[in-house]
Ligand binder design. Structure first.
Ligand SMILES: [Fe+2]
Ligand SMILES: [Fe+2]
Length: 338
């Protein structure tokens, strides 16, 4: 029997020989995810149009997602593990309640007067706040204010989809009842917390207020900072001291006036949002300029450094990455520039 005939015979039996596949393994990852900048002008224009054309009766959420140009034909998301989109809720609107086993975060960009309800608790949304919607928690959004609210949504949907384990459930009513008092979670899961009744819960819903995050950044601005990231703060889970969420780490960093970081690379992929200021990130030798409102992606194992374009103003980047997954699966590697 000829080997070619064996291969054909095996194909019919849904089998394949190791020899039949062209193997020229790359010694290092070659990401299909491309570095890319999504300009705020393009995002906000699309979102504004969607505000006129798409009602929340037609689409449960009015979000504009970031599609990585390297993934268009495969995964419709910013990276292979983390999805990011920008959401608009107009005054008087309610984005109806549901839950899913995707873990989600919201980082508020514009507006106020709205809240996200998570597990029966209202989390009011002010610019720069980070709000967590852990896996399988009921959530709906309500804008009771007089101005539109816009935020960055992130979730681990691509990862959940890759495992083919997605569960989604609509709440029987448009909104869930508010059953918990104001600041229920921050009082229960803050630095001083009750000695009873919090066992077993690892990922509570939480709001990290900008009025606390920004002073922390400012207070640390005179310190040496991280050579690769400037003054970078990780939003930690107060119950474990670990990553923000099991699948995503959320971070906020200040690049001080004139600051340029050293380059490094790691196996976690990162989605950035330029919250304040402007700058340039060099990714695998290419320069990517960003300014307030822009989003950009640094793919896995891509050498990168960031610089603030201004020598007078600070620049602030919010980011989310899949490092907790890389660490959990023993796939995390990091390398500084030689
Ligand atoms: Fe959702
Ligand atoms: Fe990095």
């Amino acid at each position: 029997m000829r080997l070619e005939d064996l291969d054909i015979e095996m194909e019919e039996k849904n089998l394949e020989g190791y020899w039949a596949v062209d193997r020229s393994p790359s010694p290092e990852p070659i990401p299909t995810v491309k570095p890319h900048v999504w300009k705020w002008s393009a995002i906000s224009e699309s979102l504004e149009r969607a505000g006129e054309l798409v009602g929340l009766d037609r689409s449960e959420r009015r979000t504009v997602r970031l599609i990585n140009p390297g993934l268009k034909q495969e995964v419709r998301s910013a990276t292979r593990t983390v999805h990011a989109s920008i959401q608009l809720v107009k005054p008087g609107e309610i984005a109806r309640a549901h839950r899913h086993n995707m873990t989600a975060i919201r980082f508020v960009l514009r507006g106020h007067g709205a809240y996200t309800a998570v597990e029966g608790e209202q989390f009011f949304m002010e610019e720069g706040d980070l709000i967590l919607t852990p896996n399988w928690s009921w959530h709906d959004h309500h804008n009771g204010g007089d101005q539109p609210i816009v935020w960055l949504d992130g979730h681990d949907g691509p990862l959940v989809s890759a495992f083919e384990v997605m569960f989604v459930e609509p709440f029987p009513k448009q909104q869930q009842p508010i059953e918990r008092p104001q600041d229920f979670s921050s009082r229960r899961f803050g630095l001083a917390r009750p000695s009873w009744g919090v066992e077993g819960l690892k990922n509570p819903p939480l709001r990290y207020k900008w009025t606390e995050t920004y002073p922390a950044l400012q207070a640390l601005s005179a310190s040496a900072g991280d050579p690769y990231d400037g003054v970078l703060l990780r939003y930690v889970n107060p119950l474990t001291g670990g990553w923000t969420l099991p699948t995503m780490s959320c971070e906020i960093q200040m690049l001080r006036p004139g600051e340029k970081t050293r380059a490094h690379r790691h196996t976690s992929a990162t989605i950035y949002h330029a919250f304040r200021g402007s700058g340039v990130s060099e990714i695998d030798g290419e320069k990517y300029e960003w300014e307030q409102g822009d989003c950009f992606v640094v793919p896995t194992w891509s050498r990168h450094s960031h610089s603030n374009a201004s020598d007078k103003e600070e620049a602030i980047l919010f980011s989310l990455n899949d490092r907790p997954v890389m660490e959990a699966l023993n796939l995390y590697r990091e390398e500084s520039q030689k």
